[in-house]
Design a protein around this ligand. Sequence first.
Ligand code: CUA
Length: 194
Amino acid sequence: MSAVTPGTSPHGAHHSQHVADAAERRWAYVVISIMAVIVVVMIVTGLHWASMPPSRVETVDVKTLHLRGEFVESNLGTAMASDGTVTVRLVAQQYSFMPPCMVVPAGIPVTFRGTSTDAIHGFIVGTTNANTMLVPGFVATFTTSFPKAGEHLMPCHEYCGTGHEGMWARVQVLPQEEFLAKARGGERLSCVHR
Ligand code: CUA
């Protein structure tokens, strides 16, 4: 039996062509399955988590942020509306969050609404799924709930300058009864000690 060098005999050429076809087919299957996984992930997140691409982007004027509208200082912190919905409004700036300590209830959905006055900041609350970027000129919003009472650290997680490591806030999760007792007055709540 003679050794066949690929490409030198009709049989060898045919053989290497066959190997190349098989390899290409294998890669095609890999690519198709990656695409299938991505489509499944999109369908699952879309249907199950009701999430979607940000089609309704809310903007806010950085120049008048401190002067009027939703993000004036007196409106920051936690508010409970008359229908019982809880909203936390916050502003990020180099290198702090306002308010630096936020109060939320356990077991009630909480909507965060935040923006930034200068650079891109971000935050994550402890080990929860509360995690977003804060971009100047845009309002970041998401809703989450905290299953149990306790305290979380809320660091800035987008590099925003030399003071980035020192930029963090605290989130206090209060038992539902305690929170509702405090929130009933309707004023803005925070756990900033004065
Ligand atoms: Cu703000 Cu990093």
